[in-house]
Design a protein around this ligand. Structure first.
Ligand code: PLP
Ligand code: COI
Length: 355
């Protein structure tokens, strides 16, 4: 158990106005959590301090070689008046798996969750109450060694910041358009694709800019070898409903193992759907679209929640999914997942941690 020292801000900021659209990730709360690591000493000095800039040596590993990992989860104002976290243990586990891949020292899962709980408890008045709003939690670990040689850092910082957010996409729950990238790739097997680390996102920005310019919200990545098997979207995993079955790319080492993905698979199975995790050739999706069996497409993610996809652009072809609206299963999943998160739907799976 961490002994977290708390220094409260003496100048609390004004909370966002009720009608503030809370554009994703633009506003931050009054406090942040920081813990340091030094080789031979381990993790030490866990503390909550006023939110603010941090000072780092310009030679720090994170700036040059990207040795860092991050996580994303949310806190919700529940209908019973309490504060809910959704499966934070899964974030703690995934953070450690990402860290293992990047040679970053692990953080005990219970310490990771405790730090989140204490920070959120302190800043819980920042959790918005409006529908589809929540407090986004961004834990991250960075290598801070002031050394330009390439090696694992001897020093790290584990930091958690909080941001009250509205929907990730300006579309809200309205279906988004997805651009299938057939030129660049995001990750390859054996690389760092399944780790939540900045490099994967840096690799995706150029395509995302291109997609945005063409009026699409995000990029759907194909595999880095054959350039035809579906991987995931820039900030979410992807699901298809084809001829009554739920189909999603299997975890293959280059896809982020999404916690929402895992939850949706479990829920769909409990609802009696056949859920198939497999390698999906993009040609199968095109075929299903052509013969009318592509019933629904949606993305899953912490920021994106359940995000219906209305159209997919592939080369010169634009595949509109049915009438381009929200599919029945996508809507049902959205209601179920957000219902559990807000405490409106009974948590039968032990996913909610109350603060
Ligand atoms: N894939 C990528 C690349 C992501 O950034 C995210 C978001 O975290 C996801 C998938 C979905 O993961 P999760 O459901 O754990 O948020
Ligand atoms: C999340 O959904 O938590 C993410 O990390 C995606 C990010 C691009 C906002």
């Amino acid at each position: 158990m961490l002994d977290i020292k708390v220094t409260k801000t003496e100048t609390p900021k004004a909370k966002p106005a009720k009608d503030d659209p809370l554009l994703f990730g633009t506003i931050f709360t009054d406090h942040m959590f920081i813990m340091d690591y030094a080789e031979g000493k381990g993790w030490y000095d866990p503390r909550i301090v006023p939110y603010g800039d941090i000072t780092l040596p310009p030679a720090a590993t994170i700036f040059h070689y990207g040795q860092g990992v991050f996580e994303g989860l949310k806190a919700y104002n529940a209908v019973d008046g309490g504060v809910n976290l959704f499966r934070p243990d899964m974030n703690a586990k995934r953070s450690n798996r990402s860290s293992d891949r990047l040679c970053i020292p692990e953080i005990p899962e219970e310490d990771f969750v405790q730090a989140i709980e204490e920070l959120v408890e302190l800043d819980k008045d920042w959790i918005p109450n409006e529908p589809d709003h929540s407090l986004y939690i961004r834990p991250f670990i960075i290598g801070t060694d002031p050394f330009l040689g390439l090696r694992t850092s001897a020093y790290y910082k584990f930091i958690i910041i909080l941001s009250p957010v509205g929907p990730y996409y300006p579309e809200g729950l309205d279906p988004v358009g997805i651009w299938i990238e057939d030129d660049y790739v995001r990750a390859v097997r054996g690389g760092i694709g399944e780790a939540k680390t900045g490099g994967n996102y840096a690799a995706s920005i150029l395509s995302q800019v291109k997609a945005h310019d063409e009026g699409y919200s995000q990029v759907l990545w194909l595999d880095g070898v054959y350039r035809k098997y579906i991987e995931e979207v820039g900030a979410m995993n992807i699901f298809f409903k084809i001829d009554g079955k739920v189909v999603t790319p299997m975890l293959n080492g280059s896809i982020l193992p999404g916690i929402t993905r895992d939850s949706v698979i479990q829920i769909c199975k409990e609802w009696g759907y056949d859920v198939i995790e497999k390698r999906i050739d993009i040609a199968e999706i095109e075929e299903a679209w052509k013969n009318g069996t592509l019933e629904e497409v949606w993305g899953t993610g912490t920021a994106a929640v359940i995000s219906p996809v209305g159209k997919l652009r592939m080369g010169d072809e634009i595949m509109q999914v049915q009438d381009g609206g929200i599919g029945e299963l996508s809507q049902r999943l959205y209601d179920e997942v957000t219902g559990i998160q807000l405490g409106k739907v009974k948590d039968t799976r032990g996913w909610i941690v109350k603060i």
